[in-house]
Design a protein around this ligand. Structure first.
Ligand SMILES: C[S@@+](CC[C@H](N)C(=O)[O-])C[C@H]1O[C@@H](n2cnc3c(N)ncnc32)[C@H](O)[C@@H]1O
Length: 297
């Protein structure tokens, strides 16, 4: 990932979500405002990505897309619905504990911080400068009369891992949820450690972390290859390469206590129950909710 690059992996997540939520069973899992957000976002993507907005309106194109995706990387499509659904449920369920601030790392074209800003949360997004400029412009154009999140441009690297917390209106004393949806997979272990340490040191009270994880070792070799090549072909790279146990250890080493872990089996069966779909979720996909242990001073 480069600082002056539009993230195609982020764009395809928006496109897949938009395509899938043309199907009523998936659409019904989300508020109408979320559906409208992706409708607008996909229409605003740079060409040729925005062409999906038109083509995915046709059910035969969606069927073809679904068939080819399931052939190449089974479960990839449903995992998009799963992560968007689980993460917003988790955030909403923590409101009663007094959480009021959300920071989304590597927010891409996601609606999360915009949607929760409408519900009264203080919301911030961090992404590379090019993506942040794009998102800010989109929000100002399409939602100029609404409360919009602060979108912070920052390209994190091993040699420059500094999160722009201090330079922003992020309040270290508010109860905060950090969301890392499809983010840590794209940065190195070293950078992940540096990011976790900064989160660790900055907030008091201690924040909650909601993160996804891909344990690539759980995928059959040919699906793993498809996944990695797919990401590389759009100029990005999966870098974390950790089993779920190794990822859990990494969080624990940084004082994050894992409270909940959803794996593909539980996620698949819950989504199948709610939507009647026969699709299942990508092997190796997890959503984790971790709470930083309170520092004793
Ligand atoms: C796979 S996309 C996920 C987008 C979004 N969270 C979602 O789930 O729809 C990864 C995002 O992380 C951002 N990202 C990747 N590497 C980054 C880095 N080194 N610094 C800042 N952002 C980065 C990309 O620009 C991209 O928007």
């Amino acid at each position: 990932m480069k600082s002056d690059q539009i993230s195609k992996t982020a764009a395809f997540l928006a496109i897949k979500f938009y395509g899938l939520t043309r199907i009523p069973a998936f659409r019904n899992l989300f508020d109408d405002s979320v559906i409208t957000f992706y409708d607008r976002m996909v229409a605003h993507l740079p060409a040729p990505l925005c062409y999906y907005h038109y083509w995915l309106k046709f059910s035969w194109i969606r069927k073809l897309y679904l068939w080819s995706e399931e052939l190449l990387l089974p479960g990839d499509l449903l995992h998009v619905i799963a992560r968007k659904w689980y993460i917003r449920q988790q955030i909403a369920s923590h409101k009663k504990e007094g959480y009021e601030q959300i920071i989304v790392l590597g927010a891409g074209f996601d609606d999360l911080s915009y949607s929760f800003a409408q519900k009264g949360w203080d919301c911030f997004e961090i992404d590379v400068p090019k993506m942040a400029d794009y998102k800010r412009d989109f929000l100002n154009r399409c939602y100029s009369t609404n409360k919009i999140p602060d979108v912070l441009g920052c390209y994190l690297t091993n040699s420059n891992p500094h999160l722009p917390f201090k330079e922003s209106a992020i309040d270290p004393h508010k109860k905060t949820i950090i969301v890392a949806e499809g983010f840590f997979d794209y940065v190195t272990t070293d950078l992940t450690k540096q990011i976790l340490s900064q989160i660790n040191q900055y907030f008091e009270p201690a924040p909650l972390l909601i993160t996804t994880h891909f344990a690539l070792d759980e995928l059959p070799a040919h699906h793993r290859w498809t996944f990695e090549i797919g990401v590389k072909s759009v100029g990005e790279q999966l870098q974390l390469h950790k089993s779920i146990d190794a990822f859990r250890n990494l969080l624990s080493e940084h004082d994050f206590n894992i409270e909940k872990q959803y794996d593909r089996a539980s996620v698949s069966s819950e989504l199948q129950l709610h939507t009647g779909t026969s699709l299942s979720v990508l092997k190796g996909f997890y959503v984790l909710v971790a709470r930083q242990l309170q520092q004793v001073t």
